[in-house]
Design a protein around this ligand. Structure first.
Ligand code: BES
Ligand code: MN
Ligand code: ZN
Length: 490
């Protein structure tokens, strides 16, 4: 699907759909007037009568006398309008247009906006929404013809040049739907080998990229004892998948590390049966960093980037690791395993040690790490924890810009107490209090003092309900962060 910008606030007549957002009781702006004229005065009538309430994401279909479809979408009360309302409404409008018998759509932006969102930002968000609205999971099911969502092209209609913002939104949307697809694929397809093959596919598509896969034997030789322990109960071999993008000569790379547990049964500390299927999404840290890599490669940003994906399957078996085991991490630190379901931190600690060998500018790891994060923040915002407050602040700011918000939790030294073990340098669980923080504290034990590092816990935002599938968060946050950093650099 192609997303382009068109500098015009005039709806063109033709065989494409028109998408337009309205507020309740709206007096139509210039574009609205033209769309009303195209619809033979129906839009004004329906708004005047109050029959269409313009609730957030509420849809209304109108047609021009020649049969051109006009999708009107509600934007809700003007004083409640924000990026989230806009993004959701635009996604629904695009999705609806994708079900019509047209191949393209013109998407108009609301010109009146109370909350001071610049047109450039709306244009970017609309471009992201264009991808999300047309994405549909079809890979392992037969979708009836009349339920298929399809558009060849969405034009974002703007009053002034928003080219680079539309392009950025387009690239973020492309990364996001790729991440969503990886999350939605079943765990019998999307396993560690699949993620390795995906990396090869991606580097075949983009300039200035390369990949490397460390297989189980290599990980063994390197001494990645923590990562390998998690995978040893699975019939699927563990791997580390590395994606590299070079767009800035010999500058230090940014490093993104993503948890790639393609299925988390809990291992010997087996999870309860209900909803265990949701643990196919336990690779969405990996999905997020791979998605952000795609965005960066699409945009050919002037940065260097290395993405490290430790990928394993956590299964119970005669060969599985057990509670009580003491394992030796790649860093040399020993870890007492008290719960085999706290596996994410075990694969990440080895991957973080490895990622720091690239001498990165900074490291951000992303993981569906703790159920405690879902308890604390729900499905609304991810959690950020960092050894540099300024880095956490930048991530929060970039997230706000694209409405992929994150919220900081503290990493005070006192939390380290909870990870003390009588049998090893660390234990892998910190007990009930502050579960998300002690998980991050565990990871922090593997970060060099002088290495800026942040951890994003996306357990709540990676998916909401299994039926709705993977959200693609936090591809927008990570991508915007790297875009912002690349713009600071020059
Ligand atoms: N992948 C889970 C975390 C998770 C749970 C993500 C629910 C999304 C929804 C992780 O591997 C896990 O099992 N964490 C345990 C840690 C505990 C054993 C210390 C948890 O959160 O219960
Ligand atoms: Mn687990
Ligand atoms: Zn897990």
């Amino acid at each position: 699907m192609k997303v382009i910008q068109r500098i015009s606030t005039e709806p063109g007549s033709g065989d494409h759909a028109i998408l337009f957002g309205v507020f309740p009781g709206d007096s139509l702006n210039a574009t609205g007037q033209r769309i009303d004229a195209l619809a033979g005065g129906q839009l004004k009538k329906v708004l005047e009568k109050g029959d269409f309430r313009a609730k957030p994401s509420q849809l209304l279909m109108l047609y021009s006398p020649s049969g051109q479809p006009i999708v009107i979408v509600g934007l809700g009360e003007k004083d409640r309008f924000n990026k989230g309302v806009f993004q959701e409404a635009t996604t629904r409008a695009v999705e609806h247009a994708g079900c019509l018998s047209v191949d393209s759509a013109e998407c108009f932006l609301p010109q009146i906006n109370q909350n001071d969102i610049p047109e450039k930002r709306l244009a970017q968000l609309a471009a992201i929404a264009a991808h999300n609205g047309t994405y549909q999971y079809v890979t392992t099911r037969h979708v009836p013809e009349d339920e298929k969502v399809h558009l060849d092209e969405v034009a974002i209609m703007v009053s002034e040049d928003c080219e680079s913002c539309v392009r950025q939104g387009d690239a973020i949307g492309i990364g996001m739907v790729q991440a969503r697809e990886l999350g939605n694929l079943p765990p019998n397809i999307c396993n560690p080998a699949y993620l390795a093959a995906k990396a090869e596919e991606i580097t075949g598509q983009y300039a200035n990229t390369r990949h490397r896969v460390l297989n189980q034997d290599e990980l063994q030789d390197m001494g990645m004892g923590a990562l390998l322990a998690v995978g040893q109960g699975s019939a699927n071999d563990s791997r580390i998948v590395v994606l590299e993008y070079s767009g800035a000569g010999d500058a230090k790379p940014y490093a993104l590390v993503g948890k790639g547990v393609t299925f988390d049964s809990g291992g010997i500390s087996l999870k309860p049966g209900p909803n265990m299927d949701e643990m196919k999404y336990d690779m969405m840290g990996a999905g997020s960093v791979i998605g952000a890599f795609i965005t960066v490669a699409e945009l050919q940003l002037p940065i260097n980037l290395v993405v490290v994906v430790p990928t394993v399957e956590n299964m119970p078996d005669g060969l599985a690791y057990r509670p009580g085991d003491v394992i030796t991490s790649y860093s040399g630190k020993t870890i007492e395993v008290l719960n085999t379901d706290a596996e994410g931190r075990l694969i990440l600690c080895d991957a973080l040690t490895y990622a720091q060998e690239f001498d990165p500018e900074l490291v951000v790891d992303v993981a569906t790490l703790t159920g405690a994060c879902v308890v604390a923040l729900g499905h609304v915002t991810s959690a950020v924890m960092s050894n540099r407050d300024a880095l956490a602040a930048q991530l929060m700011e970039s997230g706000n810009a694209v409405y992929d918000r994150t919220w900081q939790m503290p990493l005070f030294d006192e939390y380290k107490q909870q990870l003390k073990s009588p049998f090893a340098d660390l234990k892998n669980i910190g007990g009930m209090p502050a579960g998300s923080i002690t998980a991050a504290t565990f990871l922090g034990e593997f970060i060099n003092e002088d290495q800026p590092w942040a951890h994003l816990d996306i357990a709540g935002v990676a998916w909401r309900k299994k039926e709705e599938g993977a959200t693609g968060r936090v591809v927008p946050l990570l991508s915007q962060f790297l875009i912002d950093r690349s713009e600071q650099a020059d």
